[in-house]
Write a protein that binds this ligand. Sequence first.
Ligand code: PLP
Length: 437
Amino acid sequence: MALNLEKSAAAFAEAKQYIPGGVNSPVRSFRNVGGTPPFITKAKGSRIYDIDGNEYIDYIGSWGPMIVGHANDEVVAALKEAVDRGTSYGAPTLLETELAKLINQIMPSMELIRMVNSGTEATMSALRLARGYTGRDKIVKFEGCYHGHHDSLLVKAGSGAATFGVPDSPGVPSSIANNTLTIPYNDIDAAEKIFSEVGSEIAAVIIEPVAGNMGLVLPRQGYLRKLREITTKYGALLIFDEVMCGFRAALGGAQAAYGITPDLTCLGKIIGGGLPVGAYGGRRDIMEQISPAGPIYQAGTLSGNPLAMTAGIATMKIISREPEYKQPDYSRRLTIKTKQLTTGMEEMVKKAGLKLQFHQAGSMFGLFFNENEVYDYATSAQSDQEAYKIYFHSMLEQGIYLAPSQFETAFMSGAHTEEDIQKTIVASEVAFAKVAA
Ligand code: PLP
């Protein structure tokens, strides 16, 4: 049965009169899959609700942050208490140190940490630091990786930029883009070649160590280690953008899952518990170059905001809590649930006689309507977009809320129940049958 989205359609039409395209971030507009985006009015646990009264099992999780589920009781209680103490002071607080300490315990490579307000700010600041520290200008990034929307990194970018076919945005000066060198993901020869040509000019390699913005693409065996070796050899910094995969690929992020120590790490999403936040950090000697400890400038009126820190601390405490005797920890439990879901869905794919690619990294999962292996942006881009549209709309109609683009990732939360997983598998049977028809 088709969804009733009458009120959302009217709200979308009105929003377009005041907001470009009616949304404050492009992928929300559903342009890639067509149709009306549900306007959301509330969320609790694994569910979100729209203004037409529809209820959905949510696998977007605000694009990753909601790892403990929406409106988690502990997070909400901490926030309610915090808001009475004021919403921003522009002065140091105990909360900032507490969150930095929690992050450092989980990701020991982040010896010093600076809080900012978004993932974009984190990667932008990390690049400035890498350039200032090395005295070099060039940056290497990977096709289909998305690191936010600032000029240096909006070059061959993934996520909405890939979805909308503008991986290279107008407005990015060529003088800046020229310093961003892009190579294919998972191609070690390409990395070696670029370093052999201009290695002494490269300040940093920035990578999503588990890539989630060209769909979910995992690094091949030994790939990250090789990048670590090359960057060390040429004196360039290795920056892991774990804004998405941090605390998801494993509790300690992709750096723990793959046993690689980057020089700098960028975070966002989960560490703000659903409030606007980002952070970058890493080796003490490098981070000490940041103002006021060092000469490289970076600042922020709302950085370390007490509400964002409070939600982040509550979330980080939940996910890093010691498990009960002989029980798997939080991150492991999410990984098991995610596996249960993808295994069930894969059964349905077989039943429909389709051949798709399923990928999972901890509590992140994705599928490609593609018969062949997907290991970089070019192979991801060959996936069948029309099939994804059919699948997406069928799932939405059945109350399953997934990303409105194949170039995104889905997320499991601690609030998803066994029943949610079973419902999703049952819905996927219908959706895959529709694709196969
Ligand atoms: N880096 C990665 C890996 C991301 O996935 C994103 C956003 O999805 C960003 C950076 C940018 O973060 P923000 O949207 O908070 O600016």
